[in-house]
Design a protein around this ligand. Structure first.
Ligand SMILES: *Cc1c(COP(=O)(O)O)cnc(C)c1O
Length: 366
C-alpha cells in the first residue's frame, strides 16, 4: 500500500443497482455503460458485476474498450458509442462482433473504404441521430440515406439501429427532452431496427419514452442522475467508497487561519483533524469549507484548502483520535453531496480517483 487513502469497490451494490435498472427498464434490454474505466470503478470489475446481474450488453466509448471486454471473455452485446475511425478499429469491431455507432458522416466514408477487407455481416450498426443535443449525431434529414448506405454495406449485418441522447434528462419533465423524443419518433417511424434513447436520467425520469434498449451508467454505480434529490430515493447503493485515516489532531487557536492561502480562520479555539487524502488521490481541490466528510461515521466538514495529500477537518463536537477512520464519500456519505458542494457531479469524482488508488483498490461483494 503506497497510499493511506483506500478505494473500496462494492460489486454487490453494482449488481443490486443493475436490478433497479432492470425493474425500471421493463421489457427493454440494457446496455450497462462501463466507459471511462467503468466510471472509475475498473472496466472489468464493473463489467463482470453487471454480467453476473444479467445485463444484456455494455456501452463503451471506443472499440479498444470493447476489445478489452471480449478478451476478458464477456459475450454480451457491446455498443461502441463513439464508433470506429481507423482500419484497425473497424477490423476489431468485425472480429469481435461489436455494435458500432455511426454519429458522423465521415464514419460512413471510412466504412466504405475499409469494407472490402472486413469479414461480411459481423458489425451491427447504430445510427446516432442528433435530435437536439447538438454534440454529435446525424441530423434527422441525413438518417434515411445513411441507413441505405449501411444496409448495402457487406460488412454490416442485421437491421440498422437508431439511437439518440438527451441533453437535459437530468431535469425531468422539461420541454427540450419531450421535443427530442418527438423528433426521434418521427425518424424511427421511417425504418425498422432497434431503438435506444435513455441514459440513467431518462430511464428513471422519462418513463414513457420507450425504445428497445436503455443505456444506464451513473445510476449503476450509485450516483444520482438528477440535479436534485438523492440516489437513495431510487434505492440505489454506493458502489465506490473513498476512505482514509486521521494522521493528526490538534487545537487551532481562535483567529488563526488553516492551510494554504489562509482560507479558513478559526472562529474559536477548535480541534482540527488532518486526514491523509488530497487532490493527488482525486479528492476535489475546489471543495470549499463546509464540504461534508465523515470521521468515525460522524458527519463533519472540511476547513481550509485541500492539499495534494491532506485535508483539514473540523473536529468540533466529534470524538476522534489519530488513526481513526475518515470517509470522503461512499456507503456512509452520498457522493452527490460532496460533488454538489465542490461544484461538480458524481461522475467526475468517480472518474477522478487516482490510478494508484484504483490499482490498490479493494473489491468487495464477490
Ligand atoms: C455515458 C452515456 C450514457 C450513460 O449516461 P449516464 O448519465 O451515466 O446514465 C448513455 N448514453 C450515452 C450516449 C452516453 O455517452
Amino acid at each position: 500500500m503506497m497510499r493511506r487513502a483506500r478505494l473500496l469497490i462494492d460489486t454487490a451494490a453494482m449488481r443490486h443497482n443493475l436490478g433497479v435498472a432492470r425493474e425500471a427498464a421493463g421489457t427493454r434490454s440494457i446496455f450497462a455503460a462501463v466507459k471511462a474505466d467503468g466510471y472509475g470503478h475498473g472496466l472489468l470489475t464493473a463489467a463482470r458485476a453487471f454480467s453476473a446481474a444479467g445485463t444484456d450488453g455494455f456501452a463503451v466509448a471506443t472499440p479498444g474498450e470493447g476489445l478489452a471486454l471480449r478478451e476478458a471473455g464477456l459475450t454480451e452485446r457491446i455498443l461502441v458509442l463513439q464508433g470506429a475511425l481507423t482500419a484497425d478499429e473497424f477490423a476489431v469491431a468485425a472480429e469481435r462482433s461489436l455494435d458500432l455507432v455511426f454519429h458522423e458522416l465521415a464514419q460512413l466514408d471510412l466504412l466504405d473504404q475499409h469494407a472490402a477487407s472486413l469479414p461480411p455481416g459481423r458489425i451491427r450498426a447504430w445510427i446516432k441521430a442528433d435530435t437536439g443535443m447538438h454534440r454529435e449525431g446525424l441530423m434527422p434529414e441525413s438518417v434515411p440515406a445513411a441507413r441505405e448506405r449501411l444496409l448495402v454495406c457487406p460488412a454490416i449485418g442485421g437491421s440498422i439501429g437508431l439511437m439518440t441522447h438527451f441533453a437535459r434528462a437530468d431535469e425531468p419533465g422539461t420541454a427540450p427532452t419531450e421535443q427530442q423524443v418527438e423528433t426521434f419518433r418521427a425518424i424511427a417511424a421511417e425504418g425498422p431496427g432497434e431503438t435506444s434513447l435513455c441514459n440513467s436520467a431518462g430511464l428513471l425520469g422519462a418513463t414513457a419514452v420507450g425504445g428497445d434498449w436503455v443505456r444506464p451508467g451513473v445510476m449503476l454505480y450509485g450516483g444520482n442522475p438528477f440535479i436534485f434529490g438523492e440516489a437513495a430515493q431510487f434505492d440505489l447503493r454506493a458502489a465506490m467508497t473513498l476512505k482514509t485515516v486521521l494522521v493528526a489532531v490538534r487545537q487551532v487557536p481562535r483567529g488563526e487561519s488553516i492551510g494554504y492561502g489562509g482560507r479558513f480562520v478559526a472562529p474559536e479555539t477548535m480541534p482540527v483533524g488532518l486526514a491523509s487524502v488530497g487532490y493527488g488521490d482525486g479528492y476535489p481541490r475546489h471543495a470549499p469549507d463546509g464540504t461534508p466528510i465523515l470521521v468515525n461515521g460522524q458527519r463533519s466538514q472540511i476547513v481550509g484548502r485541500v492539499s495534494m495529500d491532506l485535508v483539514t477537518v473540523d473536529l468540533r463536537g466529534i470524538q476522534a483520535q489519530v488513526g481513526d477512520e475518515v470517509e470522503c464519500w461512499g456507503s456512509g456519505l452520498p457522493i452527490d453531496q460532496v460533488a454538489q458542494s465542490a461544484g461538480t457531479i458524481s461522475y467526475e469524482l468517480m472518474c477522478q480517483v487516482s490510478g494508484q488508488l484504483r490499482a490498490e483498490g479493494t473489491i468487495l461483494g464477490q
